[in-house]
Design a protein around this ligand. Structure first.
Ligand code: ZN
Length: 354
């Protein structure tokens, strides 16, 4: 069932983004026997028994199981999970896969979304072979490379003259006037059902890390990781959760105190008012975690280190390393700790601005 995170009201598992009270949903189901219910696939379908979709409508494109690169970094062990190796080049493929499966299950063949970044690319890639038309609203300042990729993936592009908010409003109008389903990964509860598999995989690969650093804008990876580890705990598979560290871009903080100086490099998490803020605050409380804000200079330094180490990621992905360096310098991470750092987006899509 879907459960409202604000008022607790329960709904059936249809494709629905918000409660009548305006609150966001989590899918709640009871799972048991983690290892007994894994399926013999070498991709994300391995976890289908823990994902709330029927097996009859699975998207033809499938997210990968991503490797973990372990590196001793000063006194701690950094475990880089290479989410940027997903088919569309970002972690978002996991959430998109479950979303598209749910849309197929409900017979929805047309969606609209307002994004020009990884979310749009991912939706276009999974929609095309599934026979779903993706209407994507973007502003005129989007990079040409991204537009051309979206077009190659069959997306229907709609240009809006205005800022991010104007793009959002026009997409909503289009959805309402044409009866097309609006898909927002910020709100969509099924998206988190995909991103939670990152936790299942990491658990199989490296056990329960002591710390988990995730970039936080809308929080779709952060909350998915929490949900995955939480479900493992509820299944009796693990007895503790990692300490969650939310990493934010300076100038756009929602959990940390807002800084006056903006980090323009980490544009993937430049989301100052995420709708799931309360849920993220609860995760920090529950796991004894904290938030860390990272500047543009710190992001650039970490990005350059990652590139030289052979991790070709986009700037937003580098914030987790910058935050780790910061907390290690402050003496906040005990020696020998295992720290999971998902690297979220590929650097191959970015050809300018770095
Ligand atoms: Zn509610």
């Amino acid at each position: 069932m879907l459960v409202c995170s604000r008022c607790g009201r329960e709904y059936p598992e249809t494709f629905r983004l918000t409660c009548d009270c305006g609150g966001t949903f989590l899918v709640e189901r009871e799972y048991y026997d983690f290892f007994g219910n894994l399926l013999p696939y070498l991709d994300m379908r391995r976890y289908l028994n823990f994902i709330p979709i029927g097996g009859n409508y699975l998207p033809p494109a499938i997210p990968a199981i991503t490797p973990v690169g372990a590196l001793q970094m000063g006194p701690v062990i950094a475990l880089f999970k290479l989410e940027y190796l997903q088919p569309s080049g970002s972690f978002k493929d996991r959430g998109t896969y479950v979303t598209v499966a749910k849309l197929m299950e409900e017979g929805i063949h047309e969606v609209v979304l307002d994004s020009s970044g990884n979310a749009a690319l991912s939706m276009a890639l999974y929609s095309l072979p599934a026979g779903i038309t993706a209407h994507i609203f973007v502003s005129y300042d989007v990079m040409l490379e991204k537009l051309s990729l979206l077009q190659r993936l069959g997306a229907v592009l709609n240009f809006v003259d205005g800022d991010r908010m104007a793009v959002h409003e026009r997409a909503m109008e289009f959805a309402e006037n044409n009866g097309v389903t609006y898909v927002s990964h910020w709100l969509n509860p099924y998206f988190l059902e995909g991103t939670k598999t990152t936790a299942f995989e990491a658990y199989e690969q490296v056990g329960v890390p002591d710390y988990l650093f995730a970039p936080v804008g809308s929080g779709t990876l952060f909350l998915g990781l929490w949900k995955g580890f939480k479900e493992l705990q509820e299944m009796g598979e693990i007895d503790r959760l990692p300490t969650f560290v939310a990493v934010q871009a300076s100038g756009y903080e929602s959990l940390c105190e807002r800084s006056p100086i903006k980090n323009h490099l980490a544009d993937g998490i430049a989301i100052p008012e995420p709708p799931r803020l309360g849920e993220m605050e609860r995760v920090l409380d529950e796991t004894g975690g904290r938030c860390v804000s990272v500047s543009e200079a710190e992001t650039g330094e970490a990005l350059s280190w990652l590139t030289r180490a052979g991790f070709l990621v986009e700037p937003t992905s580098a914030v987790v390393l910058a935050a780790l360096w910061k907390l290690v310098d402050m003496g906040e991470i005990p020696d020998g700790s295992k720290v999971l750092l998902p690297l979220t987006g590929s650097g191959l899509k970015i050809t300018e601005g770095i």
